[in-house]
Design a protein around this ligand. Sequence first.
Ligand SMILES: Cc1ncc(COP(=O)(O)O)c(C=O)c1O
Length: 481
Amino acid sequence: MPCLITPPPASSICYPVILLHFPSLQSQQKIELTTKYQLNILLPFGHKSLKQESMSLNRRMFLKKLGTTIGAVSLGNVLMSSLASGRSIFDERESPPSPDLKDEDFWAWVQESYTVSPNIINLNNGGVSPQPLVVQETFEKYNRLCNEAPSYYMWNILNEGREALRADLADFAGCSAEEIAIDRNTTEAMNDIIYGLPLTAGDEVVLTKQDYPNVINTWKLREKREGIVLKWINLELPSENEDELTNAYVSQFTDKTKVVNITHIINWIGQIIPVKKIAREAHARGIDVLVDGAHTFALLDFKIPDLECDYFATSLHKWMCAPFGSGMLYVKKDKINKIWTLFPDAQPLGDKITKFETLGTRNFASEMAIGSALDFHLAIGSERKEKRLRELKDYWTSRVKDLPGIHIKTSFKPKFACVIGLVAVDGKKPGEVVRYLFDKYKIHTTGIEWENISGTRVTPNVYTTFRDLDKLVLALEKLPR
Ligand SMILES: Cc1ncc(COP(=O)(O)O)c(C=O)c1O
């Protein structure tokens, strides 16, 4: 019997899952698999096929195939039975979703695709999101594969899968694959750029006191070490005035300004910043635009080039619901060769985006599961997801906004906020409200006290139910004050 593990030409690799071996196979099945393989049939299990199929999921298929099937049955069995029969694992689906399908039925599928605790209502998805079961399973599957022969599977096989993933992320982000580096999180991606920009003493950088601490601290390090000058803006939030927000940045620009650092959504309060307007003003003055998109990628329905920025950093474990410790960096093609790499390859000023991936041994399983997270996101659809998340925020905020002593600090206007909502309670510190919500109602939120912002941050996600939010409303109604 010929060995199954003969890699196809690199160009035909979709995802490397085809190289799995299954000791339990009967020889007949092996022949089938080899035949399909040689015919270069697209993977039934890989992220491409899932993506193609996932746009038309019905409820049973969504649960059974994405969740239960992959979760309960061994990968070998699923892959074998589908490959041996020449069918995709998704071919058994019943029927496409009915046009009459109620929105809440759809969201019930989504909710059931997660494995969140039934004992806690997690309303701190602003920190990090859980992964749908399909993503967890993909991660575990590749992790097991890596453990069969780490250096072979990781470097010879999974390393190739990164290029397909890069291409899909780029497609989703609306840019070229030559502009996307896969990394571990926003912090890493922002550090890549902040450290890498060729700045010298006296060069000015415009940023706000409401930016993220990891980002601020890196800028401060460069200030201390090299004498660059930080020009601080103290934003008054929430704001519903784009011109005012834009002007807060532009008024700090001088002929020494080299970079403006913009947080696309301010995490403390959920404020959306008009990046494009600021970027246009910056570029008109020859200033580079660095965007911290930790909270916008796979949350707001946009393409990175829409922002007209030069650099964009994000975490995929937030709104993409990818494995913990997965992120992405976008660098506009013509800017790549100006950035010194933090972890250099042989050409630290080269123009290949992969120079930002010189990390050494990395978590390949996690990277592969990013593909599943992207598929899952696409199955929901960016527009629908953003709309739903706004609805969730509007649902609870509109119910509590008129309660005595309660103040919603985040804008109600879609242009200025999405899913993150901050609530302040008269006479209570944010930490007290957080403790009360958890101790009495098992509702997990986070307290914010940062610069001029104070309150309890509430961040639902796609798996959050209106019943969960009813509990939050009840808890806030009953909050002693
Ligand atoms: C605005 C912003 N930037 C950066 C980060 C850092 O993200 P990570 O911990 O994934 O690097 C966060 C985390 O919450 C954030 O809110």
